[in-house]
Design a binder for this molecule. Structure first.
Ligand code: ASP
Length: 359
């Protein structure tokens, strides 16, 4: 019954040859030559230096890569001074903070995520529990909050006073045809003022790691686009968009305009690029080019035809190479490699014009 017909055999042989031509790195890995890293390599968005340090320290003392990256981003989720993640994140248009997060564990090929979850600081830890304690991958909204409560997470108001003032400033200045009287500046904090001057902001933390055995994991966590429509879900909790891990190849994640990343299955595209032999940086660049090619709506394009927005990808390969790339120049990414924790310049598609606030 399981006998292979000659046609099946020829078809699978042809497919294997084609795949072999495309995937030199996997061919090398299956020949027992994966070139594993000598120590932990951890990459993160530029706000993730504390996360990379923490994750690398934990991996060096034998922790699982997923536990390590989640503990790393928990630091930023709990930090009220980071306006893009967790507690202190900027709220939706109603002034309510809604969090998105996903995790992927390479060795077990498992994933978990939560989206539009309110009142819990560490969305990444809840995403990890979705992976560990349910048969589901993604739980959203009220269901995510109830799931977190059932697991003993403390409910808190995630809207800090500073984030509330930035939101209120946005709301008061939306229109001159309502009854809100626009105020000048919301706060004496320089970062708060800079944020209040923008129509909206993106911001997220992604963190991916590989250990000396070549096992990989990743996490992405965010409060998402500021002042979004309640219930809007970005790329961060979407497996294959804001995060993807393949234990044979590498891991990747993204920050920036989630709508653009979702449409090209961003992080998955980066990992597939690495599978086909691209370096992490080149794989990130190829995915960014795909975003530019697929961005055709005029409202999203500047006069010169380039996107008004930015997207950044971060990647690490099974053998410990790492990279980051952005649509616009001057971006950095955090990396722990060769025993050193630092920010590195990201590759980019376009030179960022001076005073360009849109991109
Ligand atoms: N990618 C996130 C989102 O679209 C936001 C960001 O990374 O800035 O929700």
């Amino acid at each position: 019954m399981n006998e292979l017909t000659r046609r099946d055999f020829l078809q699978s042989a042809a497919a294997a040859t084609a795949a072999g031509a495309l995937v030199p790195s996997i061919a090398a890995a299956s020949n027992g030559d994966p070139g594993l890293p000598s120590g932990p390599v951890v990459v993160s968005s530029a706000n993730g230096l504390r996360a990379t340090e923490k994750a690398a320290t934990m991996i060096r003392s034998g922790a699982d890569t997923l536990d390590a990256v989640v503990a790393g981003v928990n630091i930023v989720e709990e930090d009220p001074e980071d306006y893009s993640v967790g507690y202190g994140g900027l709220p939706n248009e109603d002034g309510v903070v809604e969090l998105d997060s996903s995790v992927m564990h390479g060795p077990s090929c498992r994933a978990g995520a939560v989206a539009a979850m309110r009142n819990i600081k560490t969305a990444s830890s809840v995403a990890k529990l979705v992976m560990q304690r349910t048969d589901h991958v993604l739980i959203v909204g009220q269901g995510a909050l109830r799931f977190a409560r059932a697991h003993g997470f403390e409910e808190v108001n995630l809207l800090t006073d500073k984030a509330r003032k930035i939101w209120l400033h946005w709301k008061e200045n939306l229109s001159d045809r309502d009854d809100w009287i626009g105020t000048e500046v919301p706060d004496d904090d320089a970062q708060a003022n800079a944020l209040a001057a923008l129509p909206f902001t993106y911001g997220t933390i992604n963190c991916c790691a590989v250990n000396p055995s070549g096992d990989l994991s990743g996490v992405t966590t965010t409060s998402g686009l500021s002042f979004k429509i309640p219930g809007r879900v970005g790329d961060s909790p979407i497996i294959g968009a804001g995060l993807y891990v393949d234990n044979k190849v590498g891991a990747a994640g993204s920050t920036g305009r989630g709508e653009a990343v979702i449409k090209i299955c961003g992080a998955h595209t980066v990992v597939e690029g690495m599978r086909q032999g691209l370096s992490p940086t080149d794989a990130c660049m190829a995915a960014l080019r795909r975003i530019v090619e697929t961005t055709t709506e005029k409202r999203l394009l500047r006069d010169d035809g380039r996107p008004k927005f930015d997207v950044k990808f971060y990647a690490v390969s099974k053998d410990g190479r790492h990279g980051g790339a952005a649509i616009w120049s001057k971006a950095q990414y955090a990396v722990y490699a060769d025993g050193r924790n630092r920010l590195e310049p990201a590759e980019y598609l376009y030179e960022r014009p001076e005073k360009d606030k849109d991109a």
